[in-house]
Design a protein. Sequence first.
Length: 377
Amino acid sequence: MNEQLGNVLDGLLSLFSRNAGKHKEAPERVLVVKTHAIGDLLMVTPSIAALRRLFPEAHLAVLTGRWSADVLRGNPYVDEVIEFPDELLFRHSVLGLLRLAQKVRAMRFDLAAIFQSSGAVQALIALAGVPARIGFDLNGSGFSLTTRLAWRPNSDRFIGDNYMDLPRELGFADAPPASVLALSEVERQTAFERHVEQYANRGKMLVAICPGGGKNPRDKVNAKRWPADRFAQVALKLAQKFRARVLVLGGADDEAAVSAVMDRIPFKGVRPERTTLRELACLISFCSLVVTNDSAPVHIAAALKVPCVAVYGPTNPLAVGPPIDTHYIVKSEVECSPCYSNERFPGCDNPVCMKDIAVEAVLNQALSALQARGIVS
């Protein structure tokens, strides 16, 4: 414990060191920091690819929570993923955070690229003794950074592009790379055999319906969920019109929403059991279309170039939706929407924005997505 406290003091002193902020022209060890949300981490992957182009010889590690770490497995631009229990941050485990800071300190990184505006996370990296720390400042949160960039969560600018300001500040001048989610053929084949093979030839195409989401280790935002009965109506009509086989997908926290959809389409839906995050991604990769709330499947589909229709109520699709031609938006037009940026959810007991969105609006976008790729005429 005394050693940990000594290292913390060293970290505090490093804030005022002459060498703080002077990163090497070619740093040997680069630390990327992005905790919790899966979609947010996928939105950072273009910046990770840009950092790799800037520093091709560096050892590039990513510090992230266990909740989302699996999306980085196999990423060709990442040498190492450093996982930690997400509850260390959100339950304010001081001893656990000190141990994490000491672990990072022992790795002797030259440069930290911190992709969030949390002052606590940024200070943790300062305490870990990383001399050059570039990241985002929101209302003074970047006090421990050596290079501060503006974070604007309430604008119409895509958050992934705001993230790209970091590699641009370090000298990256090319167009933003695509987002990355690397799936091996072995795991795709395993997922296919386990969950899809018996149904694959029983319909014209596979469609994924993802009625859950809205939860990560920091927030639970059920207000982002479109009513399950409307997802069921969309699934049923796609199945009937196009002979589609419907996969109703979700994680452990989405059981109620998935069950509510399945109960309404008992002969048309397939519910894969106990899927991991990577299995879910593999299943999406086999689909002709994804229909989902604003949640991780939006960004999984974007990385895999699978057409996706996403329903937006509390959130701004221009800010959080991938600006690519496979992403189809259905947005509420009620006056109070959007109310939720990428910070803490203000709370809502009556999400009229989601109730405002009609089944026909989602079906129209689904048809547009399928026609654009020649899947249906």
